[in-house]
Ligand binder design. Structure first.
Ligand SMILES: NC(=O)c1ccc[n+]([C@@H]2O[C@H](COP(=O)([O-])OP(=O)(O)OC[C@H]3O[C@@H](n4cnc5c(N)ncnc54)[C@H](OP(=O)(O)O)[C@@H]3O)[C@@H](O)[C@H]2O)c1
Length: 212
């Protein structure tokens, strides 16, 4: 099991933190409001801890559960404290007002922008942005798409996803974070106009005769 720092104290921090703690990971919440952070750690339980934004995150995996526009500034704020860490970006970048396109240029993604400012020794991944918080909170096994460069860190991220009771589905190197960010917009559109609810998730369904 892994040690996890979750930066942000909102909906996704709570549901991710709860599943991570239940999965046997050491969870630390990192937030701007120390009282809110410790209250969240108490609510989630499972031995979870909290620290303020001034402290260096202690987890080997650092999850950015903040709005997309805060992701790069948060990584810059923590500077060398993130050296050697696995950074997991869960952000979606679209505008909920008009469901317009992503707020980053088409040839990049928030995750790639994070990689540009993070230490060379940090490994950046995109994950969880296609799963609604409501789905997360039900503790069911759903597909969790993730993207990031191949290697040992990829295996650690996959193991962490499994520890949450989810099925890791690798979408490719970090350049594929663009596709996952578009997929985040896709699930919102499906929820609003097609399914007319937010109680579903994207999945890979293999052909029964595929033989793989
Ligand atoms: N909700 C979903 O279903 C869902 C699903 C997939 C992905 N996402 C993505 O997950 C991310 C978090 O979503 P959410 O629903 O958890 O949002 P949320 O409930 O609004 O929580 C956002 C948290 O980010 C913190 N924050 C914002 N700027 C910060 C900064 N500069 N430094 C430190 N903390 C900062 C806020 O801190 P304060 O508490 O101090 O205000 C708040 O605790 C978003 O990028 C969203 O697109 C959400």
């Amino acid at each position: 099991m892994a040690s996890i720092s979750i930066i942000g104290l909102g909906n996704m921090a709570k549901v991710l933190g709860a599943r991570a703690a239940a999965g046997g990971n050491a969870v630390e919440f990192v937030g701007r409001d120390a009282g809110k952070a410790s209250a969240l750690a108490r609510t989630v339980g499972g031995g979870s801890a909290s620290v303020s934004m001034d402290a260096a995150p202690s987890g080997d995996l650092v999850i950015l559960a903040v709005p997309w526009e805060s992701a790069v500034p948060v990584v810059q704020q923590h500077g060398t404290a993130l050296d050697g860490k696995i950074i997991i970006d869960i952000t979606n970048t679209f505008d909920l007002g008009d469901y317009g396109g992503r707020h980053v240029p088409a040839d990049t993604s928030v995750a790639q922008q994070i990689a540009e400012v993070a230490a060379e020794t940090a490994q950046v991944f995109k994950a969880f942005n296609t799963i609604f918080g409501t789905v997360f909170s039900r503790n069911e096994q759903v597909d969790a798409f993730f993207a990031g460069n191949d290697g040992r860190a990829k295996e650690e991220v996959a193991a962490f996803i499994k520890s949450l009771g989810l099925r890791p589905v690798y979408a490719g190197p970090l350049v594929m974070a663009r596709a996952l960010e578009e997929a985040g917009l896709l699930v919102m559109g499906l929820g609003r106009w097609g399914e007319k609810n937010y109680e579903f998730s994207l999945a890979v369904r293999k052909r029964s005769d595929a033989g793989v």
